[in-house]
Ligand binder design. Sequence first.
Ligand code: HEM
Length: 202
Amino acid sequence: MRITRAGWALMTVLSTLIVLLSAKYAGLDPDDFLSEQRDTYLRHELALGVHISGAIVALAVGPWQFCARLRRRWPHWHRRIGVLYLLGCLVGGIGALFLAPLAYGNAVSRLGFACLGVAWLITGGIGLRMILRGRVEGHRRWMVRSFALTFAAVTLRLMLVAALAAGLDFRTCYLVIAWLCWVPNLLLACWFTRLRPVRQVS
Ligand code: HEM
């Protein structure tokens, strides 16, 4: 199966949109915080700042790694951006593990985010290990899985907007979406990379 140009463009536009919306958090202005979590974020500004700075970088640069034309023309940039992406995942993932026990909702949402954080760190780590060992196909597979998890930041917000528009209860939706924002992404990425080599948008 192939990442189509339209699919890649949509993924890039949505990722960039969430990066821009999340960037306001980097200023750590309490007026910008999710109102339900304002007090928690004020008490844990460092974890929030660390998480968002790393996560924003990963989400901003991630989609460009799937553009084969860029990779062919400027392979050294693929490596540099790849290092930036993985550093973003590492920093964002460590921050996420500090935030997960403080997340809105209850143990269900907190466990959902903690599992996502762990899976995010693991997939990026395996992707790095693969390329350091020269296993290019394995590296591609694991980086697709890693970005599918990074993209949870997009699916989470799309799902929350849809749930609120449908008039559903925010708290209940949040508990479900803490899992639904990433488990289907990961399953889809595993299916997408299961047999044939991952072809990328040219
Ligand atoms: C993929 C792994 C990620 C995990 C495990 C994770 C985890 C978390 C957790 C637990 C919180 C606190 C939620 C709460 O208070 O209820 C949070 C908040 C936040 N995260 Fe992440 N996150 C991830 C990726 C990202 C990415 C890629 C971005 C994007 C740029 C991002 C941006 C934010 C922002 C802006 C907040 C503040 C609250 C909000 O607006 O939702 N996160 N994250």
